[in-house]
Design a protein around this ligand. Structure first.
Ligand code: CTP
Ligand code: MG
Length: 226
């Protein structure tokens, strides 16, 4: 069987409201280099022939171009426009793919510490099973918010979900053609809602999503000590 071609959609069109800054977090420097460049480089370095689609807000197109010049960043990417939701951003990225016999990884631009191993595992799992969702065990105790307070939940029954989430293009395209639902916070929720089975693989604790300012400091610490 011929190997399927590979795509990575890097979603970086969010506003980063929890990061509390005017400049969206994905453009922030991490040891001098914008966070987003780490995420793109990880895929390119893992599979030099991968097709990368970068989803950003058109408002930041010029800014991104300037950053690329400044950092001599010349990994080829196709740019798609982001939407108001992550769902819409992914959908816009997908619209640039015409090779229906391909595998597509979707990765949060705000996860710069993604390892080669995870990227490889993701594509291998998706090649065999049609989908690949990285999960890690929860470390904190968990409580559910209820009408009159909160209630303990069995942590062992829960998993935290990361990216890259990788799928057969046709599964992804069909799922993203269905209407948006509020509970879609990642791709697995969209694909599962469309009726497909989800296959999990092991994520990594260091693959944090830069969400709050402290996460940037943790990522910096990690890079300085790896
Ligand atoms: N994202 C996107 N388009 C959106 C919303 C989010 O491309 N409309 C991207 C973000 O840029 C990020 C990833 O999806 O790389 C995960 O989203 P999240 O961490 O929630 O980022 P933001 O939505 O930017 O942050 P916040 O929720 O704090 O506003
Ligand atoms: Mg968000």
């Amino acid at each position: 069987m011929a190997r399927k071609s590979k795509y990575a959609i890097i979603v970086a069109g969010g506003k980063g409201s929890r990061f509390n800054s005017e400049l969206p977090k994905q453009f922030f420097p991490l040891r001098g280099k914008p966070i987003l460049m780490y995420s793109i480089e990880a895929f390119h370095n893992c599979f030099p022939d991968i097709n990368i689609i970068l989803v950003i807000s058109p408002e930041y197109n010029d800014y991104w171009y300037d950053l690329c010049v400044e950092h001599k960043f010349n990994i080829p990417v196709k740019i798609a426009s982001s939407g108001d939701t992550r769902f819409q951003s992914v959908k816009n990225g997908l619209s640039l793919i015409s090779d229906i016999k391909s595998l597509v990884a979707i990765h949060d631009g705000a996860r710069p510490l993604i390892s080669k191993k995870m990227i490889r595992d993701s594509f291998e799992t998706a090649e065999h099973h049609g989908s690949a969702i990285p999960v890690i065990k929860m470390t904190d105790s968990i409580r559910e918010i209820t009408k009159d307070g909160s209630m303990a939940v069995d942590r062992n029954k829960l998993l935290a979900v990361q990216t890259p989430q990788t799928f057969d293009y046709e599964i992804l395209k069909h799922s993203y053609d269905l209407p948006f639902k509020k509970f879609f916070t990642d791709d697995a929720s969209v694909v599962e809602h469309a009726g497909y089975k989800i296959h999990i693989y092991e994520g990594e604790y260091q693959n944090i999503k830069i969400t709050h300012p402290i996460d940037l400091m943790m990522a910096q610490f990690y890079l300085e000590n790896e």
